[in-house]
Design a protein around this ligand. Structure first.
Ligand SMILES: Nc1nc2c(c(=O)[nH]1)N[C@H]1C(S)=C(S)[C@@H](COP(=O)(O)O)O[C@H]1N2
Ligand SMILES: [Mo]
Length: 404
């Protein structure tokens, strides 16, 4: 009998080899879970070569902090998170969106030109952070993609407001949730199963900035990010922002699609000690994401001259809230100084912060940055509330600086 671990290993090897297009010569010596260098450079999307592949089946790729320096995240530095297999050949000419559900007054279908001609279009810059961003730091470890800090993006999305489309269909008083279905397929290949089918409460669906988007940064949405139409619910775990949307259901109960139940995208309603087993009934759905920030310049490990000023910058965001202050420390959190913080371009967009630093000693420094939201919630310096699936790690970001 083949051991499960060996089976996984040989299938990983087979997919790595097929990606490379060559047999791996010293396959037996390749570390378990290792992603070959060549396949990292040869990912089938236009991604920056420093993007890190966490998994190739399904594709999960994260950015490194310094790659996220742009004010608006370009496609090639945007993380990719998939639960299933990316659909092939999405054809905008045959694409249709079905809207149905117990609480829909009618069943309606829309083609892309219907959406574009019937409804006004809006453009917003919207922060999408995977609920599992930061998972790699939890202890005991949580299974799943070991995201470090790079599963976050803030692109500019253009589309129609979900609320306008839902109002056009008609919403019964009984409506409380909107669930999505996408065209990607389950990893098992079983076409009766969805890879993921999550949703949002009606109030979030009716929010001004919640879009059925058909453009990203002014271009057609790239296939990996949901072409031709995706839901964008900024400030919430990005799992709420369904890609390749083909159906939305207006529900009279909390949507019960794939990955809405169990421990998926849910955390213990009351905090638990690390390693605790939690019953499904004691888990609550993650809604708005917590306050967080990222240092995008300089790159960790940068070399600076003692007493010479250099700029430090990055972004901060706080789910549906606004970030009020961003502070930095160069002495392991003993003292903090304020950074300059910009207002968001629009609600649910990340905010840019910067400051000028000069270091008075030579040696190894760490630069820590900590954001506080407009209700006084502050990023913790240590990994916060352990939870079974490793969601919502908003501990402050740190980088190394060498002063010479
Ligand atoms: N149809 C579909 N939508 C999806 C997913 C998916 O696997 N399938 N993954 C979700 C999750 S968990 C995240 S974090 C975001 C990632 O969006 P991105 O790949 O465009 O960065 O898409 C969400 N929407
Ligand atoms: Mo996610």
């Amino acid at each position: 009998m083949v051991k499960r671990r060996d089976f996984i290993r040989s299938s990983v090897l087979a997919s790595a080899a097929s990606l490379i297009g060559f047999k791996i010569a010293h396959a037996a010596k390749m570390p378990y879970g290792y992603v070959p260098v060549l396949s990292q450079q040869d990912i089938p999307f236009s991604k920056h070569q420093d993007m890190v592949v966490l998994n190739d089946r399904p594709w999960n790729i994260e950015a490194m902090a310094h790659l996220l320096d742009d004010r608006v995240t370009p496609e090639n530095k945007m993380f990719v998170r998939n639960n299933g297999i990316i659909p092939k050949n999405m054809d905008v000419n045959t694409w249709e969106l079905l809207i149905d559900g117990e609480s829909a007054l009618a069943q309606k279908k829309y083609r892309l030109d219907d959406l574009q001609s019937k409804f006004k279009s809006y453009t917003y810059q919207l922060t999408l952070e995977c609920g599992g961003n930061g998972r790699s730091e939890f202890n005991p470890p949580a299974k799943g993609n070991q995201w470090t800090v790079g599963a976050v993006s803030c692109a500019e999305w253009t589309g129609v407001r979900l609320k306008d489309v839902l109002n056009d269909v008609g919403i019964k008083d009984s409506a409380i949730y909107v669930g999505y279905y996408g065209s990607d397929t389950h990893l098992s290949g079983d076409s009766s199963k969805d890879a993921i089918s999550r949703g949002i409460p009606l109030s979030k669906a009716m929010m001004e900035e919640t879009l059925l988007a058909y453009k990203m940064n002014g271009e057609d949405i790239p296939l990996a990010h949901g072409f031709p139409v995706r839901l964008v619910a900024g400030g919430w775990p990005a799992s709420a922002s369904g890609k390749w949307i083909n159906r939305l259901s207006i529900r009279n109960k909390i949507h019960d699609g794939e990955k809405m139940g169990g421990s998926s995208y849910r955390i213990p309603c009351e905090s638990v000690a690390p390693g605790t087993e939690v019953n499904d009934g004691d888990m609550c759905i993650i809604e708005s994401m917590p306050v967080k920030s990222l240092i995008t310049y300089p790159k960790s490990g940068a070399l600076v001259r003692r007493n010479q000023k250099f700029e430090v910058r990055g972004h901060a965001w706080a789910g549906e809230k606004e970030v009020r202050t961003v502070d930095y420390s160069v002495d392991f959190g003993a003292t903090w100084q304020a950074c300059t913080l910009e207002k968001p371009k629009n609600r649910l967009a990340w905010q840019h912060w910067k400051t000028t630093v000069s270091l008075s000693k030579t040696g190894y420094y760490e630069l820590w940055v900590r954001a506080t939201d407009d209700q006084g919630m502050m990023q913790p310096m240590v990994v916060p509330g352990w939870n079974p699936k490793g969601y919502l790690n908003n501990a402050c970001h740190r980088i190394a600086i060498k002063s010479v």
